[in-house]
Write a protein that binds this ligand. Structure first.
Ligand code: DX5
Ligand code: ZN
Length: 228
């Protein structure tokens, strides 16, 4: 199983002070910064775009995990690459095999990584199962896309376990990222079910000491890993 990695979601911080949000991630020893891009169509919220990602890139060297909750990723992927995204995650719900292949080509031509996300009620489609070796990160959402601070949907746990088992059976190096409602109290369960990249918005930025919250989440996750 891959290393535990913590990816704070800056959507949960004061959006007027995102510079501080990325500083907190650096100070807390986060592995990635999770950037939630929402277009008001795919999900009922509008967040930020490539301009913001670019501005944050100038202020932070951590790996940028850009979660594109948008209807037309092909239209925007180049701009997020130009802005400095390292991992570009697209949603299975707006793709098919050929659209995925196009996106894959664009991202790989720039030497970056492709992620594939699914909403809580979505299963991995057959075209994705045929392309697992092209996906560096499978993102299993445990809340409906749109907002930080929602409660984790625990009914997703069997699906998470199934997907991580599938990846293991095929001997793939794919990361399993879990996104939505991760808190110190439930991160252990997520790890036991096979999650290794742990996104946390409110679970980091909503805490009194967000810098410390990052290392606490990591400790809890590592402990669950050891206990099995
Ligand atoms: C939801 C986003 C999540 C969310 C995570 O649309 O994809 O990344 O911001 O925030 P928490 O951890 O607060 O659920
Ligand atoms: Zn996200």
């Amino acid at each position: 199983m891959n290393d535990i990695r913590i990816a704070p979601s800056i959507l949960a911080w004061d959006l007027g002070d995102l510079e501080r949000a990325v500083e907190i991630s650096v100070e807390g020893g986060a592995d990635l910064v999770h950037l939630d891009v929402i277009d008001g169509h795919f999900a009922p919220n509008i967040t930020f775009g490539p301009g913001t990602v670019k501005a944050l890139r100038r202020r932070c060297d951590l790996k940028f995990d850009t979660h594109l909750m948008i209807d037309t990723p092909l239209q925007y992927v180049e701009r997020f690459l130009d802005a400095g995204s390292d991992l570009l995650t697209f949603h299975a719900e707006v793709l098919d095999g050929s659209k995925f292949d196009e996106l894959y080509k664009v991202v790989k031509a720039r030497g970056k990584e492709v992620g594939l996300a699914i909403k809580p009620k979505t299963d991995l489609p057959p075209w994705a199962l045929d392309r697992l070796d092209k996906i560096s990160t499978l993102v299993v959402m445990t809340v409906n896309p749109g907002f930080s601070g929602q409660t984790m949907d625990m009914t997703v746990m069997p699906k998470l376990q199934k997907i991580s088992g599938l990846v293991k059976d095929r001997g793939l190096p794919t990361d399993i990222e879990v996104d939505g409602g991760i808190e110190p109290e439930n991160v252990g369960e997520v790890v036991k079910r096979g999650g290794n990249v742990l996104v946390a918005g409110a679970g980091v930025y909503g805490k009194k000491d967000p810098v410390k919250a990052i290392s606490e989440l990591r400790e809890r996750a590592e402990l669950a890993r050891v206990k099995g």
